[in-house]
Design a binder for this molecule. Structure first.
Ligand SMILES: Nc1ncnc2c1ncn2[C@@H]1O[C@H](COP(=O)(O)OP(=O)(O)OP(=O)(O)O)[C@@H](O)[C@H]1O
Ligand SMILES: [Mg+2]
Length: 465
């Protein structure tokens, strides 16, 4: 579970001081943060402040009963599970509470194990919901890109970048944009185009890494009908589409040498032929190129043509990695969160001070893109409330984090594998917590011992160390 206990806030609302005190002691001893309310009004206030992850609510309280609190927060209960405490087992009130969206109920007198067990079950389920939601968010975000094309920053390094953009945008010179993955190279390219006299002409992007040489050649230069099997019609290439506008060659460092030679020729002469054609086409395009590869090293290895490098590299803009401009992190993070809040109608979604401190301290190997992903996930975990450090988890696998996150393909298998993965981790955690006492772990998980044994086999779990 990604929600670490120490930041999970549990509201204990009961007018009976002894019960409240006992529950608070029990939960604090387990590592939860506890907030107490002695009547329904206080409980409602605490809930509306948005910092509570789970609530234990007595049904009979002065000022405002538990049911009234439930009624008031009905729509938000998916975000904050409520466990109702009732003195009358199986009574109408408990049924009513469940109908109003309570997660579960406990009858007085209760034993403390039962309380802990129910609390953990609610939080586990919550974290599953949150993880699925995070995946949906991440996917949703990718679907309607670009979300925002404003380059943010006020560190000297970024101000320098803005100045250079301002200085060279209006020229027709090629610009080479360098920087680690996720540092904003594509944003710089669009800013250059948007601030140039060509801004109302086409801005065409080509990802040079995504296509094989043959496909890239026809993508860039187009082809004549019959040029190769499958070329059933003439195709206008990107160079022609970008005529009078800007052509952005992304991941140019991944282009192979053959293709580099062809590109160089166009850059030198301003002319090219469509694949399979003999007519020469003249082109007027402004070239922008970007790569996260180390071009000097590629040149030294003879994997990148030095003459092409000279052509592309009339002006270079190098984007500093995010960790070299930490003072921009809060600014960017706040903008990202504000956008998520607006998009998902979570008016209270915001970053806590501690969350910002955590963000500023991270290495961000995946730069701004990674920051965006971590925040999308945190937003889901925070369930539309204040984002706490516990909601923030670094993206694992650094190698993967540095490149484009894998696109989700359609289909339920995806969701199944996400859930299975989460299930495996939750079970492993319960086992570790119970020191591999299976009875105890099964209890923690709210499943039978038999089910637990099946899962251990299914996921091939083993005690470590
Ligand atoms: N300075 C910034 N301010 C605001 N958002 C930014 C900034 N830099 C990058 N971003 C955002 O981060 C994400 C990644 O940026 P972009 O796609 O431009 O990176 P890149 O350098 O092209 O990465 P890659 O090498 O992986 O293609 C985008 O969603 C972009 O909007
Ligand atoms: Mg890019």
């Amino acid at each position: 579970m990604s929600q670490s206990l120490h930041h999970t806030v549990i509201l204990v609302a009961d007018d009976d001081r002894t019960i409240r005190g006992n529950l608070a002691m029990l939960l604090s001893a387990e590592g939860y943060k506890v907030r107490e309310a002695e009547n329904g009004r206080q409980a409602a206030d605490a809930l509306s402040q948005g910092e509570v992850h789970l609530a234990l609510l007595d049904l009979k309280m002065p000022e405002m009963g538990g049911l009234d609190v439930l009624r008031q927060f009905g729509d938000e209960l998916e975000e904050t599970p409520v466990i109702v405490i009732t003195a009358f087992g199986g009574s109408q009130a408990a049924i009513e509470a469940m109908k109003l969206g309570a997660f579960d109920y406990i009858t007085k007198p209760f034993d403390l194990d039962e309380v802990l067990f129910t609390v953990r079950r609610a939080l586990t389920q919550q974290s599953l919901i949150a993880q699925v939601r995070a995946m949906e968010l991440a996917r949703g975000q990718r679907d309607d890109e670009p979300i925002d094309d404003e380059l943010l920053g006020r560190t000297p390094a970024m101000l320098e970048v803005f100045k250079t953009i301002g200085r060279v945008a209006a020229t027709d010179e090629p610009v080479l944009i360098l920087g680690e993955s996720g540092t904003g190279k594509e944003l710089v390219a669009s800013a250059l185009h948007a601030n140039s006299p060509r801004c109302d002409r086409p801005f065409i992007k080509v990802n040079c890494a995504a296509l094989s040489t043959t496909l890239l050649e026809s993508e860039l230069f187009g082809h004549e009908r019959g040029a190769f099997t499958g070329a059933v019609a003439q195709r206008i290439g990107r160079f022609e589409q970008a005529h009078t506008g800007t052509l952005f060659l992304d991941e140019v460092g991944d282009m192979d040498l053959d293709m580099q030679a062809k590109l160089l020729r166009v850059l030198q002469t301003g002319r090219f032929e469509r694949v399979g054609g003999s007519a020469t086409v003249a082109t007027d395009v402004r070239i922008l190129a970007a790569t996260n590869r180390d071009l000097d090293a590629l040149i030294a290895d003879e994997k990148f043509r030095e003459d092409l490098w000279y052509r592309l590299n009339v002006v270079t803009i190098t984007l500093p990695p995010l960790r070299a401009r930490r003072d921009d992190i809060a600014l960017i993070a706040e903008r990202v969160v504000a956008r998520l809040a607006e998009k998902y109608r979570w008016p209270r979604l915001a970053l806590s001070r501690e969350a910002v401190e955590w963000l500023v301290a991270q290495p961000w190997h995946g730069n701004v893109r990674e920051l965006q992903n971590v925040l999308a996930r945190a937003a889901a975990l925070a369930r539309g409330r204040l984002i706490l450090p516990a909601d923030l988890t670094p993206v694992p696998a650094p190698a993967a984090a540095r490149s484009e996150p894998p696109a989700l393909s359609a289909g339920s298998l995806q969701l199944k594998s996400i859930l299975a993965d989460t299930e495996r981790r939750v079970i492993a955690q319960a086992l570790a917590q119970a020191k591999w006492n299976r009875t105890q772990a099964a209890r923690l998980l709210g499943i039978s011992r038999r089910q637990l044994f099946d899962k251990i086999r299914q996921y091939e779990l083993q005690p470590s160390g």
